[in-house]
Design a protein around this ligand. Structure first.
Ligand code: BDR
Ligand code: CA
Length: 311
């Protein structure tokens, strides 16, 4: 299996991404690192710990990371993910999921060195920890097998500003640094806007357990108004698509581009800019997912959920 570290800000779609990653044999989740994002760091860390408890995976080490973006103001998303940053009925964390002593950025560097080129890092929250890890270890990209990032909106509108997606907008300076230096594979709104599952399938889920009821809440975290605003049929489970792409490489089709992230004005902060017409002299510095096999994605995610709820 592919050793995988997940940098996360749970978050309802983060919860489903973690469920998928922990359920599939192709992936070996060797750690979680938390970051501010959908809620404060204290809340996202508590949520990540609770998720490990409710998936019965307290063996996975967890580090706690950046409280604030590099220079931007903290902006959280409880209006989307619920009070405390996540919906559902989560157990209180126990001492079994006590965070490590070291910071997420340090933990990322340590794991990358330990796996020496074999580790995949999936960043599904703001990129503050990854940017800090790059500052600690500029050779991080060479020490990783792959860096996959859920974030950005390359050729479609943003979800928090006309140009910017939430994870990139939450810490534009960090996103700019990571895109410039870390050769990421970007899984942004171009594909994740379609990362939903059928409403009838959600309706069929058993709600007799706390986990069953939580899963239903995670799949339906956008309100009716928000669904209308984003023109979604059902809630987009953004983060899980990035993980599905690691489980099965045929899920995502990517293109290489020279990419940059805007940091200058209120208009462009967090915007992912891809040079699709080769008008800059920039060399390609990463890839962007532009197409996805949603059928296969749905099969992977719904299968993982069904099996998790059965046990
Ligand atoms: C991203 O923003 C967060 O709210 C979600 O968890 C996801 O990582 C989608 O724009
Ligand atoms: Ca997230």
């Amino acid at each position: 299996p592919r050793p995988l570290l997940i940098d996360t800000d749970p978050g309802c779609d983060d919860a489903l991404a973690l469920l998928l990653a922990l359920e599939r044999d192709e992936l070996d989740v060797v750690g979680l690192s938390t970051v501010h994002g959908n809620a404060s760091l204290a809340d996202t860390t508590r949520n990540a710990r609770s998720l490990l408890e409710c998936f019965d995976r307290t063996d996975v080490p967890l580090a706690k990371g950046a409280t604030l973006p590099l220079t931007a103001e903290l902006e959280t998303a409880e209006h989307i993910h619920g009070a405390g940053g996540i919906r559902g009925e989560l157990p209180e964390p126990t001492s079994a999921t006590e965070p490590l002593e070291r910071h997420s950025a340090q933990f990322i560097v340590e794991k990358a060195r330990e796996y020496d080129g074999e580790l995949t890092l999936a960043a599904i929250g703001p990129l503050t920890n990854v940017a800090l890890a790059l500052a600690i270890e500029p050779d991080l990209p060479d020490l990783l097998d792959e860096l996959i990032v859920m974030g950005g909106a390359a050729f479609v509108p943003g979800n928090v500003t006309p140009l910017a997606e939430a994870n990139f907008r939450s810490d534009p300076e960090a996103a700019a640094r990571v895109v410039r230096d870390a050769q990421p594979t970007i899984v942004g709104l171009d594909v994740t806007n379609g990362a939903n599952v059928p409403g009838e399938w959600i309706d069929s889920l058993p709600e007799s357990t706390a986990l069953g009821r939580s899963v239903v809440e995670w799949f339906t975290y956008y309100s009716g108004d928000q669904l209308e605003q984003y023109e979604y049929e059902t809630t987009a489970i953004h983060d899980a698509l990035a993980i599905a792409g690691l489980v099965d490489e045929s899920v995502l089709e990517t293109e290489r581009y020279h990419m940059q992230v805007g940091t200058d004005s209120d208009l462009d902060r967090g915007a992912l800019v891809c040079d699709a017409t080769d008008v800059t002299d920039g060399e390609p510095n990463g890839s962007v997912a532009l197409e996805a096999d949603f059928e296969r994605y749905r099969e992977l995610l719904t299968g993982a959920v069904e099996r998790t709820l059965e046990t």
